[in-house]
Design a protein around this ligand. Structure first.
Ligand code: ATP
Ligand code: MG
Length: 564
């Protein structure tokens, strides 16, 4: 996964630890990381940070990174999610992940280790309900109350746990708990639950098991089985590290090092899978891959390229403090990439017909248009010009306001790659709405330059009406109106901050004919308008485009301002 290699000379704190360990030979020079998603939703941009970090470290230090499905919770997990996660990692990495593991494959080993802890007197079967366990846990200032079942004999515990596994008890009747310390200052150490009874079919192990391991118990064991060297997780797990260490030490098995980093938060975005699932289930968006979603498949459909996301992860870096990153920075990284790689074409989203009255009715000229000014190798294409054209409605004002330099009565403007045209008159419908413009062109200005040095103040994009492809364009705005969508009054939830105008559909847009053969997810810059890509909803005779991002770089602007 060499795409993830970060060549920046300064190592972040996680890479520093790995580098030191490699130097000291702590793991025999080995580096093994893992990316452990729970298959209960689609991956989002936050996961990308973790993927870039874990796969990046493995690639840079000559190690390996496992894609591990943390599928210990049968209720919310589905094959659909497993498939999407593999596809999204492959997309982001530019290659198929080759090391795929499932926590559920370790259920037997975990069970055996639970038996070992019981035999050691370090785990017991408890008959308190989940609620009672919570209530007797104590608080930060008060110790917990030991369970009345805490001192069951090893024999009784072995018997009860075996019967739990054999399905003799209903859901929730008993749990297996670690016997640590009910007065421990860290609440996670107060006899945490290791197993619960759950008669539910698992997407891989079927009905084989009716006891399922809890996250804290399972995770370190999974890392240990896979001989992970650095188990990198988000900051919330810092408080769980003593428990992670305790289980591995008590079992006296291979013991990776857990390192915590700050999770990614983005403005105008919710990232929790539970909330994203709600958006999908309540049909607030059109599925996980809706181009407004922060999911990787949503970003892909929106027109993001993996390189832009990897660059973004590089730019934000890795640290120990939770913060919120400006969405404008992600878009800046995207634009940077698209600018280098996207062919330019002309497209008119809100068409206004222009008739060039002094241009012959059946004449067609093919104008040279540059495909990408940033990339000479992209070459030049021929774009047809004829008597009837479309321009943007907003490029004409019958009564121009101050600072409007585009087409208006008495004005001359340049049509990009074509000619200067001059306003003659306007045609209106019965309601007084402008429906057509009549202009004349100057044949001496072919290519867009005037031989007499005459200047115009505006250059407009256009398409030839009879050659244009009619298509649909979907414009997007942020899904939420608030920087922090979770900032809501008591008793309300994040959905009150949804942006009602996040999707706008334009049905009658006109594109240059060179787009006729564009394929799904092909990306373009529509001159003066922004970056767009072909949506998979496109049909052979009806292309649909998504607006990926506009041209204006608010992030770069802000930076310039700050630097004075
Ligand atoms: P949620 O709380 O929404 O369910 P999660 O963190 O539980 O998300 P997992 O599928 O368990 O989701 O995440 C897999 C990995 O991705 C974890 O190692 C986690 O640390 C990492 N991860 C998840 N969200 C972020 C984020 N916002 N920033 C960085 N890493 C993240
Ligand atoms: Mg999780």
């Amino acid at each position: 996964m060499t795409e993830f290699i970060d060549e920046s000379p300064k190592l972040d704190f996680v890479r520093q630890i790995v580098a030191e360990d490699c130097k000291s030979g702590k793991w025999g020079g080995r580096v093994a990381t893992r990316f452990p998603p729970e298959p209960n939703g689609y991956l989002h941009i936050g996961h990308a940070k973790s993927i870039c970090l874990n796969y990046g470290i493995a690639a840079e230090f000559g190690g390996v990174c496992n894609l591990r499905f943390d599928d210990t919770n049968p209720e919310k997990e589905e094959q659909e999610y497993v498939d999407s996660i593999i596809a999204d990692v492959a997309w982001l990495a530019g290659q198929q992940p080759d090391r795929i593991f499932f926590s559920s494959d370790y259920f037997q080993q975990m069970y055996d280790w639970a038996i070992a802890l019981i035999k050691k007197g370090r785990a017991y079967v408890c008959d308190l309900s989940a609620d009672e366990v919570r209530q007797t846990r104590g608080t930060l200032t008060q110790p917990g109350t030991p369970s009345p079942y805490r001192n069951r004999s090893i024999e009784e515990n072995l018997d009860l746990f075996t019967r739990m596994k054999n399905g003799e008890f209903p859901d929730g009747l008993r749990t297996l708990r670690a016997k640590i310390d009910m007065a421990h200052p860290n609440l996670n150490m107060r006899d945490p639950i290791m197993y619960r009874i759950l008669h539910a079919a698992h997407h891989r192990s079927g009905n084989k098991w009716c006891v399922y391991p809890m996250y804290d118990w399972a995770h370190g064991l999974e890392d240990s089985i896979e001989k992970i060297t650095h188990s990198i997780c988000t900051l919330e797990f810092e408080n769980h590290r003593p428990l992670y260490d305790w289980f591995l030490d008590e079992l006296e098995i291979y013991h990776p090092r857990q390192i915590e980093f700050a999770r990614l938060n983005l403005t105008y975005t919710v990232m929790s899978k539970r909330k994203l699932l709600r958006l999908v289930q309540e049909k607030i968006v059109n599925g996980w891959d809706d181009p407004r979603m922060p999911t990787l498949c949503g970003l892909r459909r929106r027109g993001y390229c993996p390189q832009a996301i990897r660059n973004f992860c590089k730019v934000i870096g890795v640290n120990k403090f939770n913060s919120t990153v400006d969405l404008a920075l992600l878009e800046h990284c995207l634009r940077d990439e698209l600018n280098k790689t996207s062919p330019r074409v002309m497209a008119v989203l809100n068409p206004l017909k222009v008739v060039i009255t002094n241009y012959p009715a059946d004449k067609v000229e093919y104008m040279d248009a540059v495909n990408n000014p940033e990339d000479a190798s992209a070459g030049v294409r021929k774009t047809p010009f004829s008597r009837e054209l479309y321009i943007e409605q907003e490029d004409f004002m019958e009564e121009p306001v101050k600072n409007f330099f585009r087409l208006a009565p008495g004005r001359e403007v340049r049509l990009r790659y074509a000619y200067f045209i001059k306003y003659e008159n306007v045609v209106k419908d019965a309601a007084g709405k402008v429906v057509e413009l009549h202009c004349t062109y100057d044949p001496a200005t072919r290519g867009g330059d005037s031989p007499d040095g005459r200047k115009v103040k505006a250059t407009l994009h256009w398409v030839s009406a009879k050659h244009a492809i009619k298509s649909e364009v979907r414009l997007y705005d942020n899904l939420f109106t608030k920087e922090n969508p979770e900032d809501v009054p008591e008793g309300q939830d994040f959905t009150i901050n949804l942006n009602p105008d996040s999707l706008k559909i334009l049905e009658n847009c006109f594109m240059e004919p060179c787009l006729a053969n564009a394929g799904h997810l092909d990306r373009f810059q529509f001159e003066r308008l922004g970056y767009f890509c072909v949506d998979p909803d496109s049909k052979k005779d009806r292309l649909v485009f998504n607006k990926t991002v506009g041209l204006k770089d608010t992030w770069a602007k802000q930076q310039q301002k700050q630097q004075g």
